[in-house]
Design a protein. Structure first.
Length: 408
């Protein structure tokens, strides 16, 4: 990996580093052996004071991290499927979509969202580069093109399918190496009177709640309304609305972009709130380094104290943020015995760089560890509800951020 020579978004000077999480393996490449010998790469975050985009300061080809083994299937999260259904129902209603309309989703995964579009009798097209999820989407009847997305692919899609009434891009803009080209593609793909919606956890929430474990190599940009508005403008789109989802992935924003229109009062208020938080200033990000160091020290101290007191500790959720959290803190299988995950693709593998084996969720009740660290804290409520048996038998859940603590 090499240092960027220019900002990913505006092409200006390279981003100024403010947080170094050390050398870590790719968080989503779960090895089949515990070796811990996976290649490690620097994980350093920087800020562009020209366009305000927070981004990794090293370049990385997207093919390097999204391989055919990519283990994430979004339909595994019940909350996410319900959120997607509500989004589609709202779009069909507000945009008056019918059988003559086309909704395209970029990074459509296994069709978790577009299945609801089809249910309304509206045409759907998915664009999904990873073969496993793309095949799963086609199996449930969602037409899906297996490719990465950018301005070149957008032109080809328009040629074959025409322009879209709505383009949805959830949790993908932050993962592409060239966000400017991606947004130019969105602009080309959507009709002149159409709508683009982009959803992603916001860097404002990341800072406010010390969600530093959401930083990993695959997550190349950390978006704010300010930086999304700049990206949109450069591509000939405008920010027209913002919807907040404070409970989703630790604080998600949905940005609405269009070729015409003016910012809604909500969009204007969000831009003002982000300036008040200092998201347009390097100093705000520079101060975050101390917050992260404190969070890491607190987690290590809590786990060490519990172990010394005889606790047996497991973890819940073999997600990317768990690999960042444990890897950056130097926590491995010597502290955490195993991690459970509902995703069968992950079971039998190991959390990268830690030697911690991934087991089925049933292992919690089977082995009844005294404490379970919720690496997937974004679905904490759902997990705690599902694991009533584990709690009733005397188990406890821990959350790692913003400060490590016993939850229940
Ligand atoms: Zn920039």
């Amino acid at each position: 990996m090499s240092l960027l020579t220019a900002c990913r978004a505006c092409g200006g000077p390279p981003p100024q580093p403010f947080l170094d999480l050390g050398l870590l393996p790719f968080a989503n490449a779960l090895p089949r052996t515990p070796s811990g010998g996976e290649p490690r790469h620097p994980l350093v975050v920087g800020f562009c004071d020209r366009c305000t985009l927070v981004q990794l300061v090293h370049g990385l080809p997207s093919e390097a991290v999204f391989d055919a083994d990519y283990p994430y299937f979004s339909s595994y999260s019940e909350g996410l499927v319900a959120h997607a259904r509500a989004h589609v129902d709202g779009l069909v209603e507000s945009r008056g979509l019918d059988s003559g309309s086309l909704v395209v989703e970029i990074a459509s995964n296994d069709g978790y969202l577009l299945q609801h579009v089809l249910r309304h009798g509206v045409q759907a097209l998915g664009v999904e580069p990873t073969p496993g999820p793309a095949a799963a989407a086609r199996e449930r009847g969602v037409p899906t093109v297996a490719e990465f997305f950018g301005s070149a692919q957008a032109a080809a899609l328009v040629e074959e399918h025409g322009q879209a009434d709505v383009v949805v891009a959830n949790n993908v803009l932050a993962h592409v190496p060239d966000p400017a080209d991606f947004v130019r593609g969105l602009a080309a793909l959507v009709r002149s009177d159409g709508l683009v919606t982009i959803e992603n956890p916001s860097v404002g929430s990341l800072l406010a709640h010390a969600e530093w474990d959401t930083i990993y190599h695959e997550h190349m940009s950390y978006l704010s309304t300010l930086s999304v508005a700049a990206l949109a403008e450069a591509a000939g789109l405008r920010l027209v609305h913002v919807e907040p989802f404070p409970a989703l992935h630790g604080g998600t924003l949905r940005w609405h972009l269009a070729h015409r229109g003016t910012p809604s009062p909500e969009a204007t208020a969000q831009l003002a709130a982000e300036r008040a938080q200092g998201l347009h200033r390097f100093e705000t990000y520079a101060a975050f380094d101390a917050v992260v160091r404190g969070s890491q020290a607190g987690l290590r101290a809590l786990l060490d104290d519990l172990r010394e007191g005889g606790a047996r500790i497991a973890a819940y959720g073999a997600a990317a943020k768990g690999a960042t959290l444990l890897g950056a803190c130097g926590i491995d299988v010597g502290t955490i015995d195993f991690v459970v995950d509902r995703n069968t693709w992950k079971q039998g593998r190991f959390l990268p760089g830690t030697g911690i084996p991934v087991e089925p969720v049933e292992a919690l009740v089977e082995h009844q560890p005294s404490h379970t660290l919720l690496l997937a804290w974004n679905v904490a409520d759902e997990v705690v509800r599902q694991q009533a048996g584990y709690l009733a038998a005397g188990g406890h859940f821990l959350v790692p951020v913003p400060e490590a603590r016993v939850l229940a």
